[in-house]
Design a protein around this ligand. Structure first.
Ligand code: 5RP
Length: 254
């Protein structure tokens, strides 16, 4: 495995890679990353399909004798991790986490600034990342981009009370805001809103032009009614990238 440079994966950004290939790349990144877990570690466990691959790889190590405890970033992850036999703790039962693993929707090299939250778990993901000493992101090569918030929406978790007013405060020229709908479940009304594990709505903000990301992050965070947003800036130490040439990693640079 080798370190990667910013230009190596850009050719896959926004490209349609078939699902089986993308899944294989995600799993390869997850398999490589879990080798970083040392005996006795307390590990943050992310949410999403890549994180699920990581849980299976970690469970295999636990079954071979690795001692560790996991802290889940969602109810979904908690349930799967327990079913796989991974010992778990709640965030408030530990003082800190030694490292954490999670997926991402878009990643910029070499800063490792990234966008998360398509799975709707961004608040707990950010809380776990903020308490982790070393943060590792696992992606396939299609997630490496040059800009955030144009190819994928920036998710903003908001209080349900008065959410239309919060959405109005978030409005900006060239920014399209949609309240996220529930994933299709039989019997759901077509427009049932998605609810996060914390019982909040998610507003997805898609920009026509690449926005000034630090400015947008600061502006969103300051708005009354906003709980958290999916921009993770300066919150990642290493990213593992699965792609056509195997798995590479990149450490945060400037
Ligand atoms: C969930 C997330 C996920 O980590 C992100 O959406 C990536 O998901 P996947 O690994 O399924 O592509 O942020 O809130």
């Amino acid at each position: 495995m080798s370190a990667s440079g910013p230009g190596q994966f850009g050719q896959f950004a926004g490209q349609a890679v078939d699902e089986a290939t993308q899944t294989a790349w995600k799993h390869a990144a997850a398999e490589a990353a879990v080798r970083e877990v040392s005996d006795g570690a307390i590990v943050g466990l992310g949410t999403g399909s890549t994180a699920e691959g990581m849980l299976h790889a970690l469970a295999a190590r636990v079954s071979q004798g690795l001692r560790m405890r996991g802290v889940a970033t969602s109810e979904r992850t908690q349930t799967l991790a327990q079913s796989l036999g991974i010992p778990m703790a709640a965030l408030d039962e530990v003082d800190h986490l030694d490292l954490s693993f999670d997926g991402a929707d878009e990643v910029i090299l070499p800063t490792l600034d990234l966008l998360k939250g398509r799975g709707g778990a961004l608040l707990r993901e950010k809380l776990v990342a903020a308490s982790s000493r070393y943060r590792i992101i696992l992606v396939d090569a299609t997630k490496i981009t040059r800009t955030l918030g144009v190819g994928a929406a920036i998710p903003v978790e908001v209080e349900t009370f008065g959410w239309r007013h919060t959405a109005a405060r978030l409005a900006a020229p060239g920014c399209h805001i949609t309240r996220r709908a529930q994933l299709a479940h039989p019997g759901d009304p077509a427009d049932a809103p998605f609810l996060s594990d914390g019982g909040h709505y998610i507003l997805d903000l898609l920009f026509d032009q690449p926005p000034d990301i630090p400015a947008v992050a600061a502006r969103i965070k300051a708005i009354t009614g906003v709980v958290e947003h999916g921009l993770f800036l300066g919150m990642t130490e290493r990213v593992y990238i699965g792609g056509p040439d195997g798995v590479r990693y990149a450490d945060r640079g400037r």
